[in-house]
Design a protein around this ligand. Structure first.
Ligand code: NAD
Length: 254
């Protein structure tokens, strides 16, 4: 596998779930990977696993709400691997869920700060590095929630992730002339730790699985393969796209 040979990628939210599997896949495809999330120990374990498999990775823990962290990740990519070609801004949180009148301002702001401002800060520092390279691929993780489907109790999450789609489309228009493609992946229900809050009983799990046309949730590896598509030259004419990888949850009515 060699679709990303010679490329360097930042992956945020790499300590678990979709980011973890994407970082492993990118490395397996030949990319140098900069691993980002809050837990250094988890990132170090993944870096060791990638190196064991013959790949190259470096890990730096921090919070995507921290502007200095966003800058440091790009500096690390350039100082360690000589440049940046791909960034997957994927770190995310549910924020506070529940009926909207019950959502606290702090809970609202947490979702906005991590999911939307974190994506903005990542892009702000990644873009000049991609420009120095003369092109690249910028990818965000959004969701079908609030985009194709309204789900009760998800106001902060849905608003923050819809904001990510607006950010992505703006950047795609700004950066297209410079050969930088910008897209978002919109996973359906995916079996990760973040999703546990949505399916914390067997009944809720069965309900969520049933919402999908495929009658199941995704494994994070399945989402990672679509992220690889957006990162690689296989998607060379794709930009400004909100790519649903949602098992048909957006079109299903049974
Ligand atoms: P996960 O909990 O396994 O991973 C979330 C990652 O984000 C972790 O690495 C965590 O450390 C990191 N993170 C969270 N807050 C952070 C912060 N402030 N700073 C730095 N890192 C932070 O869950 P996942 O499902 O793999 O989530 C990845 C993305 O996929 C999220 O943006 C999520 O909203 C999105 N998503 C998930 C689903 C799903 O059903 N699992 C569906 C659609 C979209």
């Amino acid at each position: 596998m060699n679709t990303l040979i010679g490329k360097t990628a930042i992956v945020t939210g790499a300590s678990s779930g979709i980011g973890y599997e994407t970082a492993r896949l990118f490395a397996g495809e030949g990319a140098n990977v900069v691993l980002a999330a809050r837990r250094q120990q988890e990132l170090d374990k993944l870096a060791a696993l990638i190196e064991w498999d013959g790949g190259k990775a470096i890990a730096l823990a921090g919070d995507v709400r921290d502007e200095a962290y966003a800058k440091s990740l790009v500096e690390l990519a350039e100082s360690t691997f000589g440049g940046l070609d791909i960034a997957f801004n994927n770190a995310g949180t549910n924020g506070e869920m529940g009926p909207t009148p019950d959502v606290s301002l702090a809970g609202w702001q947490e979702a906005l700060n991590v999911n939307l401002t974190g994506a903005f800060l990542g892009a702000k520092y990644q873009i000049p590095a991609l420009q120095r390279r003369g092109g690249g691929s910028l990818i965000f993780t959004s969701t079908f929630v609030g985009y194709t489907v309204g789900m009760p109790g998800t106001a902060a999450y849905a608003a923050s992730k819809a904001g990510v789609i607006g950010l992505m489309k703006t950047l795609a228009a700004e950066l297209g002339p410079q050969g930088i493609r910008v897209n978002a992946i919109l996973p359906g229900g995916t079996a990760t730790s973040l999703a546990e809050a949505w399916v914390d009983t067997p009944e809720k799990l069965a309900f969520v699985e049933g919402l999908h046309a495929l009658k199941r949730r995704a494994m994070p590896e399945e989402i990672a393969r679509s992220v690889l598509y957006l990162a690689s030259d296989a998607s060379s004419f794709t930009t400004g796209s909100a790519l649903l990888v949602d098992g048909g949850v957006s079109i299903n009515r049974t």
